[in-house]
Ligand binder design. Structure first.
Ligand code: PMP
Ligand code: GLN
Length: 380
């Protein structure tokens, strides 16, 4: 057996959700919403299931969805994509990450990653034979600077994997940070894989900047998206990769032997959703921002100190600033006993973890958030 898999722990999301189910705790751990998905997207997929083909769609995705992805990014992010040579549909962003890392890493290549990192990244990088070079980001702003990149890049750097907006820290890398990254990527001839699954879930009027909107990164980057996050349908597992034609050709070869394709009716639903008017996306953001504010206001009134949340469905408690001297894993255990599941952010580090922040998912009905606030207030 491959020791990578025999020694890997079960992912923190599954662990905390299983414990929440077993104890009946309110689950603010694993990130999934309890509302907010568009009914017409479900109906389009249901109709397609019953009336359209259920046989293998084309390997890179249905023409309808690939066109919709290109049109969507042209309208929302001012990015010009050729739907035929620059877009590949995958079974979730997770498959896109696996396909991209397997296609672009030659064993022994160094891969620059930023901590905290989404939990799938490191096992996938290692399985592809990549050597991780970790850039540690620190609360409250979780940003990198020139010196941090200078320390991470070496002549062996071939790939950089970023997540923007960043789960779990709910922070955003702005255009200036991406430009800085571009200078290093160009200097080292590295490819940037940019996991942008949270691109639409951003607050307070922020604008998302994609790597593909940075001229110096346009032809050396892979942009990854996911319908799960855009339409609050995390179980759907429809994702995609957008990249220049030469890169896309390599990505598609990797994708064809992972899943080959993705259920056609779900592709139809997503194509329909991506064409929604801009107002739908604005309203969606406003709804989640409202939930974020409710949780932050309630927990702040209870005495917790909260870190900023610029995007995603998450916000973190700053344990140290809240006067809690235990580590995040100890606090997460205690809060589970108090009836609320959370995620210790140290689970997203491979080395030198920050142990003073605890992630909570606010994509829940107000009543659920209120009940959680009451329990968390009593636990403090
Ligand atoms: N990347 C990040 C940063 C995520 O937060 C998630 C899911 N929460 C994924 C990838 C996985 O997306 P999908 O469900 O489309 O595989
Ligand atoms: N991305 C989700 C989160 O951050 C969980 C995804 C999963 O359970 N694999 O909570």
């Amino acid at each position: 057996m491959n020791p990578l898999y025999t020694t890997l722990p079960t992912t923190i999301f599954e662990t905390m959700s299983a414990r929440a189910r077993a104890t009946g705790a309110i689950n603010l751990g694993q990130g999934f919403p309890d509302s907010g998905w568009p009914q017409d997207v479900l109906e389009t997929a249901a109709t397609a299931l019953l009336t359209a083909s259920n046989q293998y769609p084309p390997m890179p995705g249905t023409p309808e969805l690939r066109r919709a992805i290109a049109d969507h990014y042209r309208a929302h992010q001012n990015i010009d994509l050729d739907w035929q040579t620059e877009v590949t549909v995958t079974s979730g962003a997770t498959e896109a990450l696996a396909a991209a890392l397997l296609a672009l890493i030659t064993p022994g290549d160094e891969v620059v990653l930023f901590q905290p990192l989404y939990d799938a990244y490191l096992p996938l990088v290692r399985r592809a034979g990549g050597i991780p070079r970790l850039v540690p980001l620190a609360p409250p702003h979780w940003q990198f600077d020139d010196a941090m990149l200078a320390a991470a890049f070496t002549p062996k750097t071939r790939v950089v994997l970023i997540n923007n907006p960043l789960n779990p820290s709910a922070s955003i890398f702005d255009r200036a940070s991406l430009e800085l990254l571009a200078t290093y990527a160009n200097r080292h001839d590295a490819i940037v894989i940019s996991d942008e699954v949270w691109e639409h879930v951003i607050f307070d009027g922020a604008q998302h900047t994609s790597v593909l909107a940075i001229p110096a990164l346009r032809n050396r980057s892979v942009k990854i998206g996911s319908a799960g996050k855009i339409f609050a349908l995390t179980g759907w597992k429809v994702g995609w990769m957008c990249a220049a034609p030469e890169l896309t050709a390599a990505l598609a070869r990797s994708h064809q032997f992972l899943t080959f394709t993705t259920p056609p009716n779900l592709q139809a639903g997503v194509a329909h959703g991506l064409a929604k008017p801009a107002a739908w996306f604005t309203d969606m953001r406003a709804g989640f921002q409202n939930s974020r504010d409710n949780l932050v206001t309630g927990l702040t009134a209870a005495g917790y100190k909260m870190l900023p949340s610029a995007g995603t469905w998450f916000v973190s408690i700053d344990l140290a600033a809240s006067g809690i001297r235990h580590t995040d894993t100890v606090v997460a255990d205690r809060l589970l006993d108090a009836g609320v599941a959370t995620i210790p952010v140290s689970a997203f580090y491979a080395e030198a973890p920050v142990t003073t922040t605890l992630r909570l998912c606010f994509a829940k009905h107000d009543e659920t958030l209120d009940a959680a606030i009451t329990r968390l207030a009593e636990a403090l």
